[in-house]
Structures are given as C-alpha cells and as structure tokens.
Write a protein that binds this ligand. Structure first.
Ligand code: EPU
Length: 327
C-alpha cells in the first residue's frame, strides 16, 4: 500500500483538472484495508469524475496491477484496479470472448462495475457474475451477485452508495466461442471475422468520435441518454423528423413504454457542437462529450454543462442528467 499527502489529482483523472487531495491511499492486490475516518472517496481511473475543488479527505485508489485468477473456466476474476482495456485484451489473447465490444473504454475493472459501462451493443452487466467489495462502513468484505448489483443503464447499487464500497475483484462469465455481437448497426460493415478484428474495428470507431486521452482530457459521454415517455418521444419525432429513431423500452416492473433519446443529437441540434466556454468545450465530432480545451477548471465544465442542460430543456423540453460525477 502506498500513502501520499497533499497530492495533485491531475494525473489521476482523465479530465486533467488540477485539484489536490489531502491524502491518497493506493491499494495493491492482497492489501488489507485499514480503518478510515473522515471523508473518503474511491477513485477508479478517474475517467468519470469532475473535481470542482480540492478534496478534504482520503482518496482511495487501486494500483493498476494486472492480477487475474480463473476460479474455473469460463469464469475469470480480475483485480478491481486493473485497467478495463487491459482485461479486454487479455481475455481475447486467452480465447475468452464477450468483452470485445467494450474495447477502449477508459476506466478500471472496479469502475466498470460501478458505472455498468456500455458501448456498441454490450454492457458490463451482461458478463459480471459477482463482485467482491470491501464495505468501509461495516469494515468487512462482502460479495454481490449480479442481481445484488442492481445494474441498470449506466447505474448500479454501488453508484447509490458513494464512499461506502471499494470494489476489489470482479468475476466475469465469458464465452468460450466467438460469436460477434453486431447489434450496434455500424459494426456490420466493419471487419469482424475474428474477435481481435472486431476489437480493432471498435477501437477505430470509438476514436473517430471521442478525443484521444493523450491529447484532450474528457470524461467520455458527459450526459446519459435521456429516457422519456411515449408522448414526449412522439411529440419530438413529429417536430423533428430527422431525430434518430429510438426503440421502445419495456421495463419488467411497469407496463409503461419509454424511449431512450440520443443526448448527442439533442445537444448537436441545439447548436453546441464545437463551442467552448472558458477552458471547457463541446467535442467537435461528438456533442455528447465535454472536453478540456486548455487548462479548464471543474467550475468551467459545470458551467458549460448547466448552459447546455438549460438550452436543451428550453428547445426540446428534455432534461439531461450528467453521467459524470461532479465533486
Ligand atoms: N449524434 C448526433 N450528433 C452528435 C452525436 C451523436 O447527431 O454530436 C447522433 C448520432 O448520429 C446517432 C445518435 O446520436 O444517430 C447516437 O450516437 P452514437 O451512436 O454515437 O452513440 P451515443 O448515444 O452518442 C452511447 C454511449 C457511448 C457509447 C456509444 C456507442 C451513452 C451516454 N453513451 O453514445 O458511451 O460509446 O453509445 O455504443 O450511453 C461513454 O459512456 O463514455 C460512451 C462513450
């Protein structure tokens, strides 16, 4: 375990905002978590967090060590601090399939479970068997089955209990045969005969739409795609026939039919693509992504996000909810 005092979080978040934490504790696989008091924040790869001020407490992070075990095939347990994309590469190199559609998503294994990351027709929840976490309140290890995790679109049980759990290990159930998941339409026309080819196609597609982390800081999609009722969807579709079609979503617990709209389209058509406010900007190739256009502060990102939310609400009557966590 490594301990740091008064440390800059700039290298630990993908937005590259320069704030400090009073303390940081970096855990390695096998470390025991000591009792902690005061404010505690668990940071993955910091790919989904925007800090607006210094953090007066302890930031816990997990070293990005490659640490895996195979309880029995096709189950695979990965250390929560492992970089998610390293895991995806490892699985394909060892003939375990399913995670290829999640290629190049920033963040760690643990964060991918908190956030239920998803892209190109796959979500982390489709493969997670169980999660081992340390409960900081009760100071004990606990296990969560897939159902216990209450996964939903960009959401989980853990997201509703910030500061309480450190995800130490995630066990995945993978496929031993490669069957390409081409449910995201654009993938059909890209090379996909092998899992490595499909991974490369997804990486290329992803980086054609998102800023390269080494060039511009961002948190990926800044907003969630909003889910609206049928009346709102039909109204918007008649007012804006060019708006992308949305598939009806039917939930198990209610008979209500809802539709997931494209936040990127709404922000783009409200005229925000490529605009900057202070040091924060809207990515010119994808309006869903806010980025660091040069030395931006967390407050500038929040001000830009608020301006976009207000404008989209006024123009389309739709409320956008940030996917990124603002601290
Ligand atoms: N669109 C525009 N203008 C834009 C951006 C998008 O008109 O500036 C339109 C597109 O043309 C398309 C629609 O919006 O018709 C949807 O766009 P896209 O397929 O690129 O996906 P998305 O809904 O914008 C979601 C995820 C991404 C994920 C992609 C691909 C969320 C919040 N975002 O984006 O996830 O990579 O689908 O599956 O669900 C992330 O979470 O960080 C992330 C990048």
């Amino acid at each position: 375990m490594k301990l740091f005092e008064n440390i800059s979080l700039k290298p630990y978040t993908t937005f590259g905002i320069d704030v400090k934490a009073r303390r940081m504790m970096m855990l390695e696989p096998g470390d025991e978590v000591p009792p902690l008091d005061g404010n505690v924040l668990v940071l993955g790869e910091g790919s989904n967090m925007v800090f607006t001020r210094d953090y007066d407490g302890t930031v816990i992070t997990l070293a990005h060590s490659l640490s895996l075990s195979t309880p029995h095939s096709p189950l695979l347990t990965a250390w929560g601090g492992m970089v998610m994309d390293d895991l995806v590469q490892w699985t394909l190199d060892h003939d375990l399939f399913g995670l290829e559609n999640l290629s190049a998503i920033p963040g760690t294994v643990g964060a991918s479970a908190v956030q239920n990351v998803g892209a190109y027709g796959a979500e982390a929840k489709d493969f997670i068997e169980n999660v081992e976490a340390y409960d900081l309140f009760e100071q004990r290890l606990c296990n969560f089955s897939n159902a216990d995790c209450q996964f939903a679109y960009r959401d989980s049980f853990f997201k509703h209990h910030p500061g309480r759990y450190i995800i130490l290990n995630v066990t995945y159930r993978l496929n031993q045969a490669f069957v390409p998941n081409l449910s995201y339409k654009a993938l059909e026309n890209l090379p996909h005969s092998t899992a490595h080819q499909l991974r490369q196609s997804i990486i290329d597609l992803r980086w054609s739409k998102l800023p390269r982390p080494e060039e511009h800081g961002s948190a990926g999609s800044f907003f969630k795609n909003p889910v609206v009722d049928e009346e709102t969807y039909l109204r918007l579709k008649s007012e804006h026939p060019d708006m992308p079609d949305a598939h009806p979503l039917i939930t198990h617990h209610s008979s209500l039919i809802t539709y997931k709209l494209s936040a990127g389209w709404l922000i783009d058509h409200a005229g925000w693509k490529g605009r900057t406010m202070g040091g924060a900007g809207v990515w010119p190739k994808n309006a869903l992504v806010l980025y660091n256009a040069g030395g931006c502060t967390g407050d500038e990102v929040v001000a830009l996000a608020r301006a976009i939310q207000q404008d989209v609400e006024q123009k389309f009557g739709v409320c956008l909810e940030p996917e990124a966590i603002i601290i």
